[in-house]
Design a protein around this ligand. Structure first.
Ligand SMILES: Cc1cc2nc3c(=O)[nH]c(=O)nc-3n(C[C@H](O)[C@H](O)[C@H](O)COP(=O)(O)OP(=O)(O)OC[C@H]3O[C@@H](n4cnc5c(N)ncnc54)[C@H](O)[C@@H]3O)c2cc1C
Length: 325
């Protein structure tokens, strides 16, 4: 078999490959490096850089976050916060106990001033009233997590149905009603930003309550979020990261040989687009599900059923765990 043509990975334990060098892949690699029997470890990253969707651009003078921006719920139970604090990447305010104790319930704070499109200011009381209505409905959506039947397929449809019922009981004049609906529309848009979607109709209602809101007032990295993934990548032994190695296919449950390890059989084979092959004992896939189901899944060996199987058996999709090296 054609081998990877890359130097032997550091470590002497079982051979482990991590696919994807975003924060999840880096977190998995960091954790594995802490094992007493250090595995022979590689992170195969498709691009020329680590960090994935975390990227801070500095060429505009200041720091511009191209991807992730906020630490949501920055408090002790948040692994991103823990790592950032350990690496000294946060300011005094972000680290303060007071900041960590703030309970927002996942709701965005009220703006100090709101204007209509024609420039007139909107009464704060009206904004507060609509905000309170909107967030009480958002809180209701979380109650359908374990119910057998959700009353609507999506969060958006549920909210709109509830709002229609409220509107029917509004006794104000047309102008005020229109203003109230405009405020609610704005709150919908804010919620779209929070949920990373262009429409709440695309967010399923039943699992919406799975999201756990941690305490702490959302904060940013003064020097850029990428400082975190840069530090994580730098903490790995040299040669662990392999860049420009897009993985094409993963073959599971086989018996693969390698010329440099005569007599040894590996259960998994990772094939890259450049023809490189990496036999391994274990593979951890951290690429987003979108690419996995669109491109990798169309490759031989990646069917929806194999994707389900691999998530349950040989590999796991990991979230970053706190393990600064
Ligand atoms: C614009 C934007 C704003 C965001 N804002 C926030 C925020 O404020 N706060 C927050 O917590 N989160 C935010 N997120 C989400 C956050 O960035 C992601 O949840 C997180 O970065 C995902 O990390 P990951 O390692 O799982 O995946 P990714 O970062 O996507 O990493 C996956 C890696 O796998 C590589 N890869 C893909 N396919 C292959 C392949 N076939 N072979 C090898 N490698 C491959 C990719 O190149 C990438 O490096 C935001 C995301 C975006 C896009």
């Amino acid at each position: 078999m054609e081998s990877s043509g890359i130097r032997e990975a550091p470590g002497r334990g079982p051979r482990v490959l991590v696919v994807g060098g975003g924060i999840a892949g880096l977190g998995a690699a960091q954790r594995l490096c802490c094992c007493s029997a250090l595995p022979s470890l590689r992170v195969l990253e498709a691009t020329a850089r680590a960090g994935g969707r975390i990227r801070s651009e500095r060429s505009f003078g200041g720091v511009v976050e191209v991807g992730a921006h906020w630490i949501h719920g920055p408090s002790q139970s948040n692994p991103v916060f823990q790592l950032a604090a350990r690496y000294g990447l946060l300011g005094e305010k972000e680290l303060s106990e007071e900041n960590q104790l703030v309970e927002t319930g996942g709701h965005v704070g009220l703006p100090s001033v709101t204007y209509t499109s024609s420039g007139g200011s909107v009464s704060l009381e009206l904004v507060a009233e609509m905000s309170s209505l909107f967030y009480s409905l958002i809180d209701q959506t979380r109650e359908f997590l374990h119910s057998a039947e959700a009353p609507a397929p999506s969060v958006g449809e549920y909210l709109k149905k509830q709002i229609r019922e409220h509107v029917a009981s509004w006794a104000e004049g047309e102008g005020t009603k229109m203003l109230k609906l405009a405020i609610l529309n704005n709150l919908f848009n804010v919620e779209c930003c929070v949920s990373g979607t262009h429409s709440m109709d695309l967010v399923a209602l039943a699992p919406f309550g799975e999201y756990t809101v941690l305490p702490g007032l959302d904060c940013t990295f003064p020097g850029g979020y990428q400082g975190l993934t840069d530090r994580m990548a730098a903490s790995l032994p040299t040669d662990v990261m392999v860049f420009d190695k897009p993985v094409k296919t993963i073959r599971w449950n086989g018996s693969f040989q390698e010329a440099s390890a005569p007599g040894e059989a590996f259960p998994v084979l990772v094939e890259c687009e450049d023809g490189g092959c990496f036999p391994a004992h274990h593979v951890i896939v951290t690429v987003p599900l979108g690419p996995a189901t669109c491109s990798a899944a169309s490759s031989p060996g990646w069917s929806p059923s194999s994707w389900r199987r691999c998530r349950m058996r040989t590999c796991s999709c990991l979230s970053p765990r706190c393990s600064a090296g």
